[in-house]
Design a protein around this ligand. Sequence first.
Ligand SMILES: [Zn+2]
Length: 502
Amino acid sequence: MRRKLLESIADRGALLAMWWSDSEAFSQYDFLKQIQALCENRAGLLVDLGGWLNDLAPQPDCGMLFARKVQLGPETTGTWQGLATLAPSPAPYATDAASWRFLIGNLQNAQERYPFVVMLLPRQWQPFMGPALAASTLAVCTASNVSEANELAQHLEKLHKPDTLSLWWSSAKPDPSAYPQLAKAQKSWGTLAAHTTDSHLLWRDLIRIRILLRNPPEGWLFTASKLGWLATLLLCLLPFWPVSDLGHPISGLRDLSEDKARFSEASYIQLEFNGQEPLQRIARYAIGRYTALVTHEAMVAGYVKETLARNSLSDSGWQKQDPLLFPPKGTQIRFYPPESIKNPRYEVNAPAWRFFTGMLTDSIAYLTEFYHESETANQRKHDGIDIGSRMGARILAPFSAKAWTAKDDRGGVIIGLVRGDDVMLFMHCDQLLYLDGQEVMEGDPIATVGMTGHTTGPHVHLASGLVSKNGSRSIGPVRYNPMDPLEWYRVQAKRKLRGSGF
Ligand SMILES: [Zn+2]
């Protein structure tokens, strides 16, 4: 993972579980300082499930978090020493898994507003605390004696990689012979884990390590990470990857649903021009919207003519940059379904068109070429579809998958996603936001639209395929056979009807 990317993910915050085993050892003041240092100047959220913070009453309690989806904000929380807070619920906590999933979901959603969310878990171990711990980025534990530490260790050891999940913030720690996995962590952290004024720095490092472990790059780093905890730590702290400038912040996805709905449902598209935008650009989008394909310049020229006539507009006096026309600022133009171009397959292709253009953070992306399995007299072979877009628009992962990257003269900078049998490749990218072997989450920006390789303008060549041992193509270690992306879409849409797919 690129260091910058790691930092920016770490900076988005974390869900922390705190297990205070003994109230004597717990200094509210120390603890508050760590949380505030961790949050820096941002808002933090503290959810007291265990009744630790006596001065919280009478705040809103956390009972609602178990029952439904709640938007957490100033209206639904109290405050304590600058942190947003929720007090323990007076009723006994739900013990069913579904209620606890609600709680975890609510806390994860709350991270949009409060990057660092801290759960103070009840003193008595409860069955529901397992999933809550597993969902956390880091568990900070205190114990006033070994038997208390052992009690928690017994539950922590059941989790995957408990040594990287937990930090013992007290001098009492679990018995190393009984809990070997946790003992591993203690060896590295032993001298650091006691209360210190800057424990939050250690918490931060652990959060980074958790992120790396959840996105293990394959290859040497992966091997190194198996060598041990300390090796992983050193790798995290060293500038182990050449930092390349991402150019854009990776967060801040534009929500396109409104644009899409507006452009998809209206019987025409109406736009007010700003004086800088060529008519042809919107014309291309409109043709794509209505016929699901833009194939050649003559098509665009014909439609521009038709559009001017239907709007009773003349282009005389407009700024021209052959073949582009720039309507003056404030010009309103309606784009209707083209009369001169008919695509009998429009109804069939429109949902796929929306799916593929919707992967780009460019509300006027359009399809410019379909898949052609073999060459004909007037059609060259084309093993994917082309989506024209603004340079630098982000490509969003259409599904969660593992990413592989490649580079060649024709396709330029390439990123491929592999999930089960499915392969999807994006070519001509400008910048890659993932590295080989990393897990990508659906909706993550994976690359930006560019002009690398063989292209005449910024666009994405999107290819899809099915994994096959003897496949004719490969991306990373995966062999596959190409498939028409529209066909791929139809297969997925059918699966989706049955409850899987995409
Ligand atoms: Zn292409």
